[in-house]
Design a protein. Sequence first.
Length: 157
Amino acid sequence: MVMAKLTEEIHLMTLVPIGVIHTPYKRLEDIPRQGRLSSEVCVIEVFSEYLTGLMDIEQCTHLFVLFWLHLGDRSRLTAVPPHDGREHGVFATRSPNRPNPIALDIVELLEVEGNRLKVKGMDALDGSILLDIKPYSAEMDCLPQAKIAWQDAFGDE
């Protein structure tokens, strides 16, 4: 009974786009393997009705950016990371192909111009839908002891 109610509620879940991401990456093969490997300046455009939500954001040096991977394959439950060559469950990887193709980048905030945030560190396809922005805090969010055991021999995914 509880599972039926939960399933019903899940089907009613709605995400609201709050903006669009502008990057130089027009094709999937243009996107860097990880945003932090890119020195490209990208622009996060927040829709005007959410402008008030940007109050004081210029006081943040880094941000979490959540966005929708609209070309992700939602039926995939396994992935083969390029540096590893072995199959893993998608929840143990950073594959863009997953049941809910939500991406998370940590970006450096360079400049704020109204509803436009200039950032470095994005790995989003141009035109990706912005879902949310949150401040990154090294004190709260950095966990130096965190590991991915299968990945240790191959470096960051």
